[in-house]
Design a protein. Structure first.
Length: 261
C-alpha cells in the first residue's frame, strides 16, 4: 500500500469526495482543498507528494496556481484535471509548471496510472538530486539547484524545457527515440498533439544554441534526437537566428476518454 501524500484541489464537492474515496482505497494519504487559496496554504504548511489540480476554481485558475508555485520555488508535481482539449490550452498548462494533465471525463484507472507514473518519476529524481553534475560539451545542469549553464552563462528554462534537457542529457551521445522522450517528459499515458515535442525542441534550441556556438540538439530523422556538439548554429542574412515558429495547431483531437464510473 502507498503512503504518498496527495492533495485534491477541486471545487465540485461530489467529484472531490469521489476522488478522495478512490485514492484512499488505493492507500494514499489524501488531503482536500476547494479553492486555490486553500491549496496554496496547504502546500505551504504540509509536505505533499502530488497535487491533483482542477483547471477551473472559484478564485484562481489551475494555471495561475502552478505559476505561483513555480515562481516560489515549489516543485511539487502537479497533475492538471481539465476539460480544455485545445493544444494551446494544454501547452499553457505545461508551460505554467504542470507536470501532466488528464482530460475530463476520465476513467479512474487512467488517473491512477498517471499518478503512479508521476510518483515513480518523482522518486527517481529524489534519488539523483544530490548526484554529480550532468553535462555534455559546455552545457552543465546542477540537478540539486536546477541551474543550467552553457559556456559559463546561466540559462533560464521552463519546467518542461528543463525536463526535456535532462532526458537528452541522460542519453547524451546516443539517439533518444521520440516515444521515449514523450514517455519520460510527458508521462507514460500521454495523449497529445504530434507536434508538441517539436515545439519544445525548438524552444530549447533557441535558448541553448545562440549564434556563434555549436549546435547541441541533433535531429535523427524518423527516430528522435541526440545531444552532441555539432556545427555552428545557422543564421539568416542579417546575422539573426531564424524566428521561432508559433505553437502548432492540432491536426487531430486527442482520443476521447471514458467517463469516470
Amino acid at each position: 500500500m502507498s503512503t504518498s501524500r496527495l492533495l485534491i484541489v477541486e471545487d465540485d464537492p461530489r467529484m472531490r469526495t469521489f476522488l478522495a474515496g478512490e485514492l484512499n482505497c488505493e492507500g494514499y494519504n489524501v488531503s482536500e482543498a476547494e479553492d486555490g487559496q486553500g491549496a496554496l496554504m496547504h502546500l505551504r504548511d504540509a509536505n505533499t507528494d502530488l497535487v491533483l489540480l482542477d483547471w477551473t476554481l472559484p478564485d484562481f485558475s489551475g494555471v495561475e496556481i502552478c505559476r505561483r508555485l513555480r515562481s516560489s520555488g515549489d516543485i511539487t508535481p502537479v497533475l492538471m484535471l481539465t476539460c480544455h482539449d485545445d493544444i494551446r490550452d494544454r501547452v499553457e498548462a505545461l508551460d505554467s509548471g504542470a507536470d501532466d494533465y488528464i482530460l475530463k471525463p476520465f476513467s479512474i484507472e487512467e488517473l491512477l496510472a498517471r499518478i503512479r507514473a508521476q510518483l515513480r518519476r518523482t522518486a527517481y529524481w529524489r534519488g539523483v538530486a544530490n548526484s554529480d553534475l550532468l553535462s555534455c560539451a559546455d552545457v552543465t545542469v546542477n540537478t540539486a539547484t536546477r541551474e543550467v549553464t552553457r559556456a559559463g552563462e546561466a540559462i533560464s528554462l521552463s519546467v518542461r524545457e528543463y525536463d526535456l534537457l535532462l532526458c537528452l542529457l541522460r542519453g547524451a551521445g546516443r539517439v533518444v527515440a521520440r516515444e521515449d522522450i514523450l514517455r519520460e517528459v510527458w508521462g507514460e499515458n500521454h495523449f497529445g498533439d504530434e507536434n508538441l515535442l517539436g515545439v519544445y525542441i525548438r524552444y530549447l534550441r533557441r535558448k541553448l544554441e545562440p549564434e556563434g556556438l555549436p549546435t547541441l540538439i541533433q535531429t535523427v530523422r524518423g527516430v528522435g534526437f541526440m545531444l552532441r556538439e555539432g556545427e555552428l548554429r545557422p543564421s539568416d542574412a542579417t546575422g539573426n537566428q531564424p524566428p521561432l515558429p508559433a505553437h502548432p495547431q492540432s491536426k487531430r483531437s486527442p482520443p476521447s476518454l471514458p467517463s469516470a464510473p
